[in-house]
Ligand binder design. Structure first.
Ligand code: DC
Length: 217
Protein backbone atom coordinates (compact mmCIF):
# COMPACT_ATOMS: atom_id res chain seq x y z
CA UNK A 1 0.00 0.00 0.00
CA UNK A 2 1.29 3.47 -0.87
CA UNK A 3 0.03 6.50 1.05
CA UNK A 4 1.12 9.83 -0.42
CA UNK A 5 1.04 13.03 1.61
CA UNK A 6 1.36 16.53 0.25
CA UNK A 7 0.63 20.04 1.44
CA UNK A 8 2.13 23.48 1.94
CA UNK A 9 5.20 24.26 4.06
CA UNK A 10 4.38 24.29 7.76
CA UNK A 11 1.20 22.19 7.59
CA UNK A 12 2.83 19.58 9.80
CA UNK A 13 3.50 17.10 6.99
CA UNK A 14 6.71 15.62 8.28
CA UNK A 15 5.64 14.98 11.91
CA UNK A 16 2.31 13.55 10.84
CA UNK A 17 3.74 11.42 8.01
CA UNK A 18 6.44 9.98 10.23
CA UNK A 19 3.86 9.22 12.95
CA UNK A 20 1.45 7.62 10.48
CA UNK A 21 4.22 5.42 9.03
CA UNK A 22 5.20 4.32 12.53
CA UNK A 23 1.60 3.52 13.52
CA UNK A 24 1.16 1.40 10.39
CA UNK A 25 4.61 -0.22 10.46
CA UNK A 26 5.28 1.25 7.00
CA UNK A 27 8.45 2.73 5.56
CA UNK A 28 8.56 6.52 5.82
CA UNK A 29 9.73 7.92 2.48
CA UNK A 30 10.95 11.43 3.25
CA UNK A 31 11.36 12.72 -0.31
CA UNK A 32 12.74 16.10 0.81
CA UNK A 33 15.60 14.31 2.60
CA UNK A 34 16.63 12.77 -0.74
CA UNK A 35 16.95 16.20 -2.39
CA UNK A 36 18.81 17.36 0.72
CA UNK A 37 21.18 14.39 0.36
CA UNK A 38 21.99 15.34 -3.24
CA UNK A 39 22.54 18.95 -2.09
CA UNK A 40 24.90 17.71 0.64
CA UNK A 41 26.95 15.82 -1.95
CA UNK A 42 27.01 18.97 -4.14
CA UNK A 43 28.53 20.88 -1.20
CA UNK A 44 31.00 18.15 -0.27
CA UNK A 45 32.26 17.71 -3.82
CA UNK A 46 32.48 21.43 -4.56
CA UNK A 47 30.06 21.08 -7.50
CA UNK A 48 28.00 24.02 -8.70
CA UNK A 49 24.38 23.88 -7.43
CA UNK A 50 23.31 25.72 -10.59
CA UNK A 51 24.84 23.08 -12.88
CA UNK A 52 22.17 20.56 -13.81
CA UNK A 53 24.78 18.22 -15.33
CA UNK A 54 26.95 18.19 -12.20
CA UNK A 55 23.98 17.80 -9.83
CA UNK A 56 22.52 14.96 -11.84
CA UNK A 57 25.85 13.13 -11.95
CA UNK A 58 25.98 13.24 -8.14
CA UNK A 59 22.35 12.06 -7.86
CA UNK A 60 23.28 9.09 -10.04
CA UNK A 61 26.56 8.32 -8.29
CA UNK A 62 25.26 8.07 -4.70
CA UNK A 63 22.85 5.43 -3.51
CA UNK A 64 20.00 6.92 -1.47
CA UNK A 65 17.98 4.76 0.89
CA UNK A 66 16.30 4.86 4.32
CA UNK A 67 16.96 2.94 7.51
CA UNK A 68 14.17 1.30 9.51
CA UNK A 69 13.57 4.52 11.44
CA UNK A 70 13.08 6.44 8.19
CA UNK A 71 16.43 8.25 8.32
CA UNK A 72 18.15 9.04 5.04
CA UNK A 73 21.22 6.95 4.17
CA UNK A 74 23.77 7.98 1.57
CA UNK A 75 25.77 5.02 0.27
CA UNK A 76 24.70 3.16 3.39
CA UNK A 77 25.84 5.89 5.81
CA UNK A 78 23.42 8.13 7.75
CA UNK A 79 22.98 11.56 6.18
CA UNK A 80 21.50 12.96 9.42
CA UNK A 81 21.91 15.56 10.77
CA UNK A 82 24.08 16.95 7.94
CA UNK A 83 21.20 17.06 5.43
CA UNK A 84 19.42 19.54 7.76
CA UNK A 85 22.32 22.03 7.90
CA UNK A 86 21.94 25.69 7.03
CA UNK A 87 24.34 25.32 4.08
CA UNK A 88 22.21 22.53 2.62
CA UNK A 89 19.07 24.60 3.25
CA UNK A 90 20.60 27.43 1.18
CA UNK A 91 21.13 25.39 -2.00
CA UNK A 92 18.58 22.57 -1.86
CA UNK A 93 15.89 24.51 -3.62
CA UNK A 94 18.23 25.22 -6.59
CA UNK A 95 19.39 21.59 -6.68
CA UNK A 96 15.85 20.17 -6.50
CA UNK A 97 14.63 22.48 -9.26
CA UNK A 98 16.72 20.71 -11.95
CA UNK A 99 14.36 18.43 -13.93
CA UNK A 100 17.16 15.93 -14.59
CA UNK A 101 17.93 15.66 -10.88
CA UNK A 102 14.24 15.10 -10.18
CA UNK A 103 14.13 12.38 -12.82
CA UNK A 104 16.86 10.37 -11.03
CA UNK A 105 15.46 10.98 -7.54
CA UNK A 106 11.87 10.15 -8.53
CA UNK A 107 13.02 6.89 -10.16
CA UNK A 108 14.77 5.98 -6.92
CA UNK A 109 11.64 6.83 -4.89
CA UNK A 110 9.58 4.48 -7.07
CA UNK A 111 12.17 1.70 -6.70
CA UNK A 112 12.24 2.08 -2.91
CA UNK A 113 8.43 1.95 -2.77
CA UNK A 114 8.27 -1.12 -4.98
CA UNK A 115 10.50 -3.03 -2.56
CA UNK A 116 8.52 -2.12 0.60
CA UNK A 117 5.24 -3.72 1.69
CA UNK A 118 3.85 -0.38 2.79
CA UNK A 119 5.04 3.20 2.32
CA UNK A 120 4.07 6.61 3.60
CA UNK A 121 5.59 9.03 1.08
CA UNK A 122 5.77 12.68 2.04
CA UNK A 123 6.56 15.54 -0.32
CA UNK A 124 5.11 18.13 -2.60
CA UNK A 125 4.92 16.02 -5.75
CA UNK A 126 4.20 12.62 -4.21
CA UNK A 127 0.44 12.71 -4.88
CA UNK A 128 0.75 14.00 -8.44
CA UNK A 129 4.07 13.08 -10.09
CA UNK A 130 5.71 10.28 -8.09
CA UNK A 131 2.75 8.14 -7.02
CA UNK A 132 -0.27 9.22 -9.10
CA UNK A 133 -1.75 5.75 -8.41
CA UNK A 134 -1.18 5.79 -4.63
CA UNK A 135 -3.76 3.80 -2.67
CA UNK A 136 -4.60 6.87 -0.60
CA UNK A 137 -3.65 10.52 -0.94
CA UNK A 138 -3.82 13.17 1.72
CA UNK A 139 -3.41 16.91 1.37
CA UNK A 140 -2.56 18.36 4.77
CA UNK A 141 -3.61 21.93 5.10
CA UNK A 142 -3.55 24.68 7.70
CA UNK A 143 -4.21 28.39 7.56
CA UNK A 144 -1.13 30.56 6.91
CA UNK A 145 -1.36 32.07 10.41
CA UNK A 146 -1.53 28.63 12.06
CA UNK A 147 1.43 27.43 10.01
CA UNK A 148 3.44 30.51 10.99
CA UNK A 149 2.46 30.04 14.64
CA UNK A 150 3.69 26.42 14.65
CA UNK A 151 6.93 27.25 12.87
CA UNK A 152 7.65 30.12 15.28
CA UNK A 153 6.98 27.86 18.28
CA UNK A 154 9.14 25.08 16.86
CA UNK A 155 12.02 27.49 16.32
CA UNK A 156 11.56 28.86 19.87
CA UNK A 157 10.98 32.37 18.46
CA UNK A 158 7.29 33.23 18.97
CA UNK A 159 8.13 36.92 18.52
CA UNK A 160 9.07 36.22 14.90
CA UNK A 161 5.64 34.88 13.94
CA UNK A 162 4.80 37.84 11.67
CA UNK A 163 8.10 37.63 9.80
CA UNK A 164 7.66 33.85 9.46
CA UNK A 165 4.13 34.40 8.12
CA UNK A 166 5.44 36.80 5.46
CA UNK A 167 8.09 34.24 4.47
CA UNK A 168 5.52 31.40 4.26
CA UNK A 169 3.24 33.43 2.01
CA UNK A 170 6.23 34.20 -0.22
CA UNK A 171 7.25 30.50 -0.33
CA UNK A 172 3.68 29.40 -1.10
CA UNK A 173 3.74 31.74 -4.09
CA UNK A 174 7.10 30.39 -5.31
CA UNK A 175 6.08 26.78 -4.70
CA UNK A 176 2.81 26.97 -6.58
CA UNK A 177 4.15 28.87 -9.58
CA UNK A 178 7.44 27.07 -10.21
CA UNK A 179 7.80 25.26 -13.51
CA UNK A 180 8.65 21.76 -12.32
CA UNK A 181 6.50 19.90 -9.81
CA UNK A 182 4.74 22.94 -8.36
CA UNK A 183 2.68 22.48 -5.22
CA UNK A 184 -0.66 21.22 -6.50
CA UNK A 185 -3.57 19.57 -4.79
CA UNK A 186 -4.33 16.30 -6.54
CA UNK A 187 -8.11 16.23 -7.19
CA UNK A 188 -8.38 12.79 -5.58
CA UNK A 189 -6.51 13.74 -2.40
CA UNK A 190 -8.40 13.82 0.89
CA UNK A 191 -7.98 17.27 2.40
CA UNK A 192 -7.13 17.25 6.11
CA UNK A 193 -7.46 20.62 7.83
CA UNK A 194 -5.12 20.64 10.81
CA UNK A 195 -5.93 24.01 12.44
CA UNK A 196 -6.59 23.55 16.14
CA UNK A 197 -5.62 19.85 16.10
CA UNK A 198 -2.62 18.15 17.65
CA UNK A 199 -0.47 15.96 15.41
CA UNK A 200 -1.77 12.94 17.37
CA UNK A 201 -5.38 13.88 16.53
CA UNK A 202 -4.48 14.35 12.88
CA UNK A 203 -2.72 10.96 12.75
CA UNK A 204 -5.74 9.27 14.37
CA UNK A 205 -8.16 10.72 11.82
CA UNK A 206 -5.87 9.63 8.98
CA UNK A 207 -5.56 6.13 10.46
CA UNK A 208 -9.35 5.84 10.40
CA UNK A 209 -9.37 6.69 6.71
CA UNK A 210 -6.56 4.21 6.00
CA UNK A 211 -8.46 1.45 7.83
CA UNK A 212 -11.68 2.27 6.00
CA UNK A 213 -9.79 2.10 2.71
CA UNK A 214 -8.11 -1.20 3.64
CA UNK A 215 -11.50 -2.69 4.65
CA UNK A 216 -12.84 -1.88 1.17
CA UNK A 217 -9.98 -4.02 -0.23
O1 DC B 1 10.59 19.15 2.78
P1 DC B 1 12.05 19.57 2.89
O2 DC B 1 12.28 20.92 3.54
O3 DC B 1 12.93 18.53 3.50
O4 DC B 1 12.51 19.73 1.37
C1 DC B 1 13.82 20.07 1.00
C2 DC B 1 13.84 20.70 -0.39
O5 DC B 1 13.50 19.77 -1.40
C3 DC B 1 12.90 21.90 -0.54
O6 DC B 1 13.59 22.88 -1.32
C4 DC B 1 11.75 21.34 -1.30
C5 DC B 1 12.38 20.25 -2.14
N1 DC B 1 11.49 19.11 -2.38
C6 DC B 1 11.06 18.88 -3.67
O7 DC B 1 11.39 19.66 -4.57
N2 DC B 1 10.26 17.81 -3.93
C7 DC B 1 9.90 16.96 -2.95
N3 DC B 1 9.12 15.91 -3.22
C8 DC B 1 10.33 17.20 -1.61
C9 DC B 1 11.13 18.29 -1.38
Amino acid sequence: MIIAIDGPAGAGKSTVSRGLAKALGFLFLDTGAMYRAVALKVLESGADPKSEVQCRALAERHRLSFDAAGRIQIDGVSGEPDVRSKRVEEIVSAVSAHPRVREVVVARQKAIASEAHGVVAEGRDTTTVVFPDATLKFFLNASPSERARRKALEAGTPELQDAILADLVRRDGLDSTRLHSPLMRSPDALVVETDGKTSEQVIQSMLERVRARAARG
